[in-house]
Design a protein around this ligand. Structure first.
Ligand code: ATP
Length: 476
């Protein structure tokens, strides 16, 4: 699906005016419904690390699966990789991370806290009433100094004689150091890409905003190697493709924009970068960066390792170092954006189910929803649970289905609304007589009667159909 208008001009002030969503509501819902918990909570927690519960795992893995689908299943020019988190320390020397992967840090001698010097305006001071660091006369900030974000560890059992190693701060370098392997075994030639999903670690000075910025997070990165003369064309291609990916998965286009980096924002390896930004409750913030990395990484690794990292075209006799376009996304940040964009509260209208009640509903794209169908017997007797379990077993062959017989039907519907289940299947006394069930739609609350035999096929078709967020105005 294409963006509905030029993404570079999309978005705008006030786009979230009608949203009831706040970060606090998302955090509360994630805890209440078992998506995401603060980590190590029984020991008082450890700053800005989170554990994903059942629905969180399902949601985030659907996000990652959609990314893989777009990279692998829908294209012929990308292959997968899963490289190690611990790599040779020279990798980080060559990549420039050892010398340059730093953020500016200031200490406050008054409150004893540390802050990212370039984010002071957004941060709260360590003393109450909360003000920005440096704002009052009592604040006594040191000069900014560079702080390297890589986590250091030691390889080998003896700390003193072991080799210093680093937890990878990005998955990308694992791709560059495997360039030769992939080229040899994948029978690909530029333009082609290598994609990877995995954990990265950054000792962020000021993590925060729930899973937006944490010290341990998952990235979805792809390095696309192209002939040097085609680099601009591919940069434009990936800007549009990555913008469209979010839109196709239901993010409202007016909450999404592409923003080109100013020259002084560019990373050491990049000649051009644009961010896909989402209008979070904290304001427009980066979801994904698309960078023109040129031949920086391959050249650096060739220099430091002594290996030739280039492409030799046997047909033309041409030899060159490919240039690289990198779309680098965060699986946790994307998950947060999908949660925020899906969150809705409404007073149920009409005269049917729950009329007049306030409900909270996650209007997630059905492909992202953790559970696709919930099978609910109206009562816990008269053979209804047995039939419901039979239906649940049949649905399992086509999708993630959940069986729930506990509590009133209204409460069970609300629970499924809050985890974003697009379809509820209700078994009642009629079902036992004519083997039909009620199929309830999460967004419209419409209910229809369907024969049990048709249900798996019908759900499979609905789950793979095109979808448009009901939070958007009706299409013209
Ligand atoms: P930021 O400016 O927010 O620190 P970045 O530009 O350093 O991010 P990249 O190095 O481009 O980020 O990483 C690619 C993606 O990885 C980001 O767009 C984001 O989605 C994700 N990411 C980076 N750092 C974090 C983090 N600390 N927590 C969660 N996700 C992150």
């Amino acid at each position: 699906m294409s963006a509905q208008r030029d993404p570079r001009s999309a978005g705008g002030a006030g786009a979230s005016e009608n949203d009831s969503v706040t970060m606090e509501k998302i955090v509360a819902l994630c805890k209440r419904r078992g998506f995401i918990f603060p980590s190590s909570e029984i020991y008082g927690g450890v700053g800005s690390t989170y554990d994903y519960g059942h629905y969180g795992v399902l949601l985030k893995s659907n996000v990652k699966n959609e990314w893989w689908r777009a990279m692998l299943q829908q294209r012929d020019d990308i292959v997968a990789l899963d490289s190690a988190i611990l790599q040779h320390p020279k990798v980080w020397e060559a990549s420039g991370h050892l010398a340059g992967f730093t953020d500016p840090l200031v200490d406050c001698r008054t409150c004893g806290q540390r802050f990212r010097a370039d984010h002071l305006g957004d941060l709260a001071c360590g003393r109450k009433p909360s003000k920005h660091p440096g704002q009052t006369e009592e604040c006594d900030l040191t000069a900014a100094r560079d702080f390297n974000l890589m986590f250091e560890t030691t390889i080998g059992p003896v700390k003193e004689s072991g080799a210093t190693a680093y937890l990878r701060p990005e998955t990308a370098q694992g791709i560059f150091i495997n360039f030769k392997n992939v080229l040899q075994f994948s029978r690909k030639k530029p333009p082609f890409g290598i994609a990877q999903v995995g954990k990265s670690f950054r000792n962020e000075i000021t993590p925060g905003n729930f899973i937006f910025r944490t010290r341990e997070f998952e990235q979805m990165e792809m390095e696309f190697f192209v002939p040097p003369e085609d680099v601009e064309r591919w940069f434009e291609h990936w800007l549009q493709a990555r913008f469209d990916w979010y839109v196709e998965l239901g993010i409202r286009p007016d909450h999404l924009r592409l923003r080109a980096h100013e020259t002084d924002e560019l990373s050491h390896y990049s000649s051009a970068t644009s961010d896909v930004e989402y209008l979070f409750p904290i304001g427009w913030s980066e979801l994904e960066g698309i960078a023109n990395r040129g031949d920086f990484d391959l050249t650096q690794h060739a220099k430091h390792s002594g290996e030739k990292l280039e492409y030799f075209d046997q047909a033309t006799g041409e030899r060159y170092v490919p240039k690289v376009i990198e779309p680098a996304a965060g699986a946790d940040r994307a998950t947060l954006a999908f949660l925020v964009d899906a969150y809705d509260e409404e007073i149920v209208g009409g005269e049917g189910e729950g009329a007049g009640d306030r409900r909270t509903v996650l209007r997630l794209h059905p492909r992202l929803a953790p559970v696709k169908a919930a099978v609910l017997p109206l009562v816990r007797k008269d053979g209804q649970p047995e039939l419901a379990r039979e239906v649940h077993a049949a649905l399992r062959s086509v999708c993630q289905s959940e069986y729930d017989e506990g509590g009133s039907i209204g409460r069970r519907y609300r629970r499924q609304d809050e985890i974003g289940t697009p379809f509820c299947v209700t078994i009642d006394h009629e079902s036992l007589q004519d083997r039909t069930v009620t199929l309830r739609d999460r967004d419209s609350l419409a209910q229809e009667r369907l024969p049990i035999d048709r249900l798996p096929g019908e759900l499979a078709a609905r789950l793979s159909a095109a979808w448009r967020s009901p939070k958007l105005p009706p299409a013209e």
